[in-house]
Design a protein around this ligand. Structure first.
Ligand code: UDX
Length: 432
């Protein structure tokens, strides 16, 4: 099929590359000329394992192309995917839908035969209705159909999540469009992915409800971890114990820093805002947002206690600063709260991240990027393991540091407390 992806961020680029790999002709459109020219040269704007190879392979065999010309790209396509950003509006919980609606208006100028307009951007319930209204101003309703097809890709695992999804959700008010999309996804369905067809509004809510539920699960285990620290038991045992109950499930029960990233913080706020719009109090999600917001303060206070309120002049090494491993994404990372707090308190921060230095810390006093794990750890008083990259899992602390009083604060519980203690070092984890 001939597909057009509008927006070459995580969703558009990953989905476009994967659809082309499944044998479709795909044009990825973006208004950013530099990005498009770079993509044509094989320069990928984001860090995503496996993406570069997939883009290069399919660009070479001409199934994947890049363009800034939205109108002509839409004209050439049967299915058009909207994959633009929906950030949180300033001073509000609402999603900013301006990019989605602008694209809707552009598409309406380019419909020359029947097209399915698929919204993959994460949008509040009723956005599909609005897109339909915008296009219907210029185009006869018989010539287009607006469908919701949310994505559930995780950064760092996006390609695997695309190829082996738990489910594919298609929300459409017309059977014909559902049939065409089911056909498009048939290579994945035949490998075992579940295909769910629903009304368009239901698909829009499934996306928000999924992310809100996962954020709730994480926040729940984070609070249980707080309790475990007080009782003196290991939250890892609790995660295993409750996760073995099939009704609960073991995934997304890893206690850690506050959840971050491009989705959970934004989508939990947006669903609360939808609740407000429909006069429904989503009190559980509201308290998840509140609990997560206070989590970085709580972890900073714990570090302060570990250091006997003596943060001034301490050298603190951060291993990993992105919101999680296998991504270069800093959006809503808890390091953005922890590092400025510690620097303000007079600590010297040396951070290492496999994806390089971060502009977010450039202007902070006493915060510097270390080129290697060893440089970051060497001469430090504390090591904060902030993300669980494989690179960090078997660090030989004794080899990297001469400090006999080195403190390890393992915010992802990847080290064995007993092994660290055997080295004569102090170990603190989350909820243990
Ligand atoms: C998420 C959803 O998983 C994905 O389906 C959706 O499409 C986009 O949002 P992503 O933001 O890439 O994906 O990251 P994810 O792996 O879900 O992690 C989100 C945050 O939760 C991270 O800060 C991560 O460290 C944290 N997390 C995750 C935990 O603290 N514990 C866990 O058990 C899982």
């Amino acid at each position: 099929m001939k597909l057009c992806m509008i927006g070459t961020g995580y969703v558009g680029l990953v989905s476009g590359a994967c659809f082309s790999d499944l044998g479709n002709d795909v044009i990825c459109v973006d208004k950013d000329l530099i990005k498009i020219n770079n993509l044509k040269k094989g320069i990928i704007p984001i860090y995503e394992p496996g993406l570069e190879e997939l883009v290069l392979k399919n660009y070479k065999n001409k199934r994947l192309n890049f363009s800034t010309d939205l109108i002509n790209s839409v004209k050439k396509s049967d299915i058009v995917f909207i994959c633009v950003g929906t950030p949180t509006k300033k001073n509000s919980n609402k999603a900013d839908l301006s990019q989605v609606y602008t694209v809707g208006r552009e598409i309406s100028k380019s419909i020359n035969k029947f097209k399915i307009i698929v919204n993959k951007s994460t949008v509040p319930v009723t956005t599909g209705d609005e897109i339909e209204k915008i296009i219907a101003k210029k185009v006869n309703k018989k010539n287009f159909s607006v469908v919701s097809n949310p994505e559930f890709l995780r950064e760092g695992e996006a390609i695997r999540d695309f190829i082996y999804p738990d489910r594919i959700v298609v929300g459409s008010n017309e059977e014909k469009s559902t049939r065409i999309l089911k056909n498009l996804y048939s290579p994945l369905v035949s490998k075992g992915a579940k295909f769910q067809s629903t009304k368009r509004r239901a698909a829009e809510l499934i996306k928000y409800a999924s992310n809100a539920f996962l954020a709730t699960k994480i926040t729940f285990i984070n609070e249980i971890a707080n309790l475990c620290e007080k009782i003196g038991i290991d939250v890892e045992d609790i995660s295993i114990g409750i996760g073995l109950d099939k009704r609960i499930g073991s995934r997304f029960l890893r206690a850690g820093p506050a959840y971050g990233g491009s989705c959970f913080p934004k989508d939990t706020k947006a669903i609360v805002s939808t609740g407000d719009q429909f006069r429904t109090n989503l009190s559980v999600i509201k308290s998840v947002i509140k609990s997560n917001k206070s989590r970085s303060d709580l972890l900073a206070k714990r570090l302060s206690l570990i250091l006997k309120n003596n943060i001034n002049n301490k050298t603190i090494s951060f291993l990993g600063v992105t919101f999680k491993a296998n991504t270069d994404d800093m959006r809503d990372s808890s390091s953005l709260k922890l590092i400025p707090y510690l620097s303000k308190k007079g600590a010297k921060i040396k951070y290492y991240d496999p994806t390089g230095s971060k502009k977010e810390f450039d202007k902070l006093k006493n915060v510097e990027f270390s080129k290697t794990i060893k440089d970051s750890i060497n001469n430090s008083d504390v090591v904060i393991l902030h993300t669980d990259w494989n690179d960090f899992k078997s660090i030989n602390f004794k080899k990297f540091s001469k400090n006999k009083k080195l403190i390890i604060y393992d915010m992802r519980n990847i080290f064995s407390p007993s092994k660290i203690k055997k080295l004569g070092l102090k170990y603190f984890g989350i909820g243990r």
